[in-house]
Design a protein around this ligand. Structure first.
Ligand SMILES: Cc1cc2nc3c(=O)[nH]c(=O)nc-3n(C[C@H](O)[C@H](O)[C@H](O)COP(=O)(O)OP(=O)(O)OC[C@H]3O[C@@H](n4cnc5c(N)ncnc54)[C@H](O)[C@@H]3O)c2cc1C
Length: 417
């Protein structure tokens, strides 16, 4: 890699925008091209379901880098342009208009998109998904004129949208497949707390049910559930999960399995092609398994780390995943990664909505969730990094600082088996 060799980044959002800036900050002075299908400068998505949706903060605050910085840093932006193919052998990206952009190193930061299901009425006006600022603005416009919304899917984004809509004075009915929101991800204990919070704020929860169709003449008028409920609405927001945007990688013959497979230095199965952010399924050295993480901190840290990796620098990526969600006045944070757990140990009080919960597997803390206990969650990340072996009585003891829980295990520094 010499200074004249071009680096191309496909996907101009948090991962791509962070990587482009980091390349320059690390001293790379060759050509950088950042290609993005969205017409906007790279922006962060968390405000779309929170402050931006409620009209509390301007779009500019969501920008990944100041707009002028791209020209200042000599980063060529190709916004509103879709890459349609990659040729790993000829080292070219083909754009939707047929133009070819040469690269020496390529970063795929194509992120994720909302999953689409064959649900009748999904295309009716007034039925929204939420991934882009335009979709946020469309929901906001409907919230200004409509009084009743259906939210389908109470994952993090659905839950945040429900909370923001309530703040805007909209009546919300939420359909969820679980008995309580986020049950599959965070377990029934935390789900019950979340259900209580949403009910306290006036959300009608339709649980253990699922969306079957939207109906309306010319515009959505009601949502029909599998159990036959008919929920009248002026508009609806569907949040049924996302899928990684891997089509370029698949067509180019890269290895893909729930995201683009990369090693801990973001290298795909093709020499010179890297992937990071929501789209990357990374072989995680700390957890000893593959992780594809769909969160802000991961995108930001991976964007920077992938830039270093493309320059042949940096260390294997072994960050403990962390994310937050804001719902009403409650801040929820999570660190670590679990797929299943043996027990859930709580310190603090679920009833008081102030707690830290530890997900343990084989006696080890794999992950933690905190409500209104952000600093505890960050401290618990050290326990997870250290290997996480901890006595449930100590975990429960609110008089013991979380930072002291790493103990002897931390001193030995052994990661997960
Ligand atoms: C409403 C909302 C709220 C969120 N809130 C939180 C939160 O509170 N906390 C948290 O931790 N995380 C949150 N997230 C998740 C976080 O925003 C994502 O993890 C992050 O956006 C991932 O960044 P990314 O750059 O990897 O991918 P993306 O943000 O998905 O961006 C990928 C970009 O690539 C572009 N692209 C794809 N294919 C092509 C192509 N062929 N050619 C050109 N461009 C292409 C896409 O158009 C897109 O702009 C939220 C997400 C959403 C949608």
């Amino acid at each position: 890699m010499t200074t004249g060799d071009p680096i191309v980044i496909v996907g101009a959002a948090l991962t791509g925008g962070t990587a482009a800036a980091a390349l320059r900050h690390e001293g790379f002075d060759g050509p950088i091209t950042l290609i993005g299908a969205e017409p906007r400068h790279p922006y962060e998505r968390p405000p779309l379901s929170k402050s931006l949706l409620r009209g509390e903060t301007p779009f500019d605050e969501a920008l990944v880098n100041p707009e002028a910085s791209y020209a200042d840093e000599g980063i060529e932006l190709r916004l509103g342009m879709r890459a349609t193919a990659i040729d790993p052998r000829r080292r070219r990206v083909t754009m939707h208009d047929g133009e070819e952009v040469p690269f020496e190193r390529l970063l795929l930061a194509t992120g994720a998109r909302n999953r689409r299901f064959p649900i009748p009425g999904l295309d009716l006006p007034g039925v929204h998904a939420l991934r882009t600022v335009e979709e946020c603005e469309a929901i906001r416009a409907d919230a200004d004129s409509g009084s009743r919304a259906v939210v389908a899917g109470m994952g993090f984004i659905g839950s945040e949208v429900a909370a923001s809509l309530r703040r805007l004075g909209v009546e919300v009915t939420a359909i969820d497949g679980g008995a309580v929101p986020l049950e599959r991800v965070l377990g029934p204990e935390v789900g019950r707390v979340l259900a209580g919070i949403h009910r306290d704020h006036g959300v009608r929860l339709v649980s253990n049910d699922r969306l079957r169709a939207f109906e309306g003449s010319g515009r959505v008028e009601c949502a029909v559930t599998a159990s036959g409920e008919r929920l009248g609405c002026d508009f609806a927001v569907v949040g049924l999960g996302v899928e990684p945007a891997t089509e370029l990688a698949v067509a180019a013959g890269l290895q893909v399995d729930n995201g683009i497979l990369v090693d801990a230095r973001f290298r795909t199965s093709e020499e010179g092609i890297f992937a990071a952010g929501d789209v990357a399924n990374l072989d995680h050295p700390l957890f000893g398994r593959r992780l594809r993480v769909e969160h802000w901190q991961n995108a930001r840290k991976q964007g920077r780390a992938a830039a270093l990796a493309m320059l042949g620098a940096g260390a294997p990526f072994d960050e403990v995943p962390w994310f937050w969600s804001d719902q009403y006045d409650h801040n929820i944070q999570y660190a670590g990664h679990h797929t299943e757990w043996d027990d859930f140990v709580v310190r603090g009080s679920l009833d008081d909505r102030s707690f830290l919960g530890f997900y343990r597997k084989d006696g080890r803390v794999q992950s933690v969730v905190g409500m209104n206990r952000g600093s505890d969650v960050l401290q618990a990340a050290a326990l997870i990094r250290s290997g996480g072996l901890a006595d449930p009585d100590l975990l429960r003891d609110d008089d013991l600082p979380v930072r002291s829980l790493g103990g002897a295990e931390a001193a030995h520094g052994g990661p997960h088996p």
